[in-house]
Design a protein around this ligand. Structure first.
Ligand code: MRU
Length: 350
């Protein structure tokens, strides 16, 4: 029923990644054989989106083991640990990266040789990839059950097949709702400065003929005031145990606007995005990216030397602005005071 498109594929013992920096103009796939190039693909945003970053890093570990199986390095465990460290340093905010690397490390503990490690790592990376797709289908079912008929929704950034193992999280909810016939229209924020909304979300929506409108991020308040918007639906890069949610810069402003206009606010993410070790969103590391991203968004080549920049690429939305957190395990509804009545911790018990 749904397109099972994924921007990540394993082919002929190589990792292939669709270059998201070039979309929608060009669809270019790059082939990776080394963990170093995989880490660079993540930090340079060839692949992006929290679950997609985790899946890519898992395949990066498989590539590391594959290279070690070809080498005569006696200290293969030492080199593998260095590769894992490099992958862990590629981006700081999405917890899916660290979750996937930990899962790979656990499975590799029993490997007695690099070639055994390669077999184990590849199987585990493929499992992480497939599980993410299945979790997204479940998130889509749960999330779409909250929408009224003929729903109008607003989304931010790209949370679709491109950002995940397929289908998407917030965009997965939107896809499922469209498939069930209870979605009227999607408004997509362009998502400055990297333009994940205008370049990627719109590309995905148009491919499937889902009715959509692109708007400047700063048009959100007017949209909520003048049109009937039922839900703002966003993804997440890291959700703290109390429900505070780090997501693409601009998400926090949208949540404030939604509260002011009586619009419901949904966070859709797999449980692999929840960091139970963090009690609150204040503890989440927010990535600051290079200043050229801001300057290039203004179609300028060289920034004046004296110009100061501020380019945090995520922000944290406090739990009290969120009405529902939807995962593959179900729906955690807010009691209106920023509390989810233990629903989140129940997902992690036994
Ligand atoms: O900087 P990006 O493009 O990796 O940021 C992506 C987001 O913030 C997404 O909303 C989030 O990862 C959820 S993706 C399913």
């Amino acid at each position: 029923m749904y397109s099972d498109f994924s921007p990540i594929r394993w082919k002929n013992n190589c990792l292939e990644l669709l270059d998201q920096r070039l979309l929608p103009d060009k669809e270019v796939w790059w082939t990776h054989e080394f963990p170093e190039a995989t880490a660079r693909a993540i930090s340079d945003m060839m692949v992006r989106g929290a679950p997609a970053i985790g899946i890519t890093a898992a395949y990066g570990v498989a590539l590391a083991c594959m290279q070690l199986a070809k080498s005569t390095n006696a200290d293969w465990r030492g080199k593998l640990n260095k590769d894992l460290e490099l992958l862990a340093q590629s981006r700081p905010t999405a917890v899916n990266l660290f979750w996937a690397l930990e899962r790979m490390q656990t499975v590799l503990k029993s490997a007695a040789s690099p070639s055994r490690a390669f077999t184990l790592a590849l199987n585990e990376a493929k499992a992480i990839h497939q599980e993410d797709y299945r979790m997204n289908l479940a998130i889509g079912e749960f999330g779409s059950s909250l929408l009224p008929k003929e729903a109008n929704v607003l989304t931010h950034c790209n949370t679709g097949a491109l950002a995940t193992g397929g289908h998407g999280t917030a965009l997965g909810v939107i896809r499922t709702a469209w498939g069930k016939g209870n979605l009227k229209h999607v408004y997509a924020n362009e998502t400055r400065p990297w333009l994940q909304g205008s370049r990627l979300t719109i590309w995905e929506l148009l491919r499937e003929n889902i009715p959509c409108t692109l708007q400047a991020d700063s048009a959100a308040a007017l949209l909520m005031k003048t049109k009937k918007i039922d839900w703002v639906i966003v993804g997440a890069d890291r959700i703290a145990a109390n429900g505070d949610t780090a997501n693409k810069i601009g998400t926090y402003s949208l949540a404030l606007l939604a509260k002011a206009h009586g619009v419901k606010f949904m966070v859709a993410a797999p449980t692999t995005t929840i960091d139970m070790a963090l009690g609150s969103g204040n503890l989440i590391t927010i990535e600051e990216r290079e200043t050229g991203e801001l300057w290039r968004a203004a179609s300028q080549a060289d920034a004046p030397e004296k110009l100061n920049f501020h380019n945090p690429v995520f922000d944290v939305t406090p739990a009290n602005l969120i009405d529902a957190i939807v995962t593959e395990k179900g729906i955690a509804k807010s009691n209106g005071n920023g509390e989810f009545n233990n629903a989140i911790s129940v997902w992690f018990s036994a």
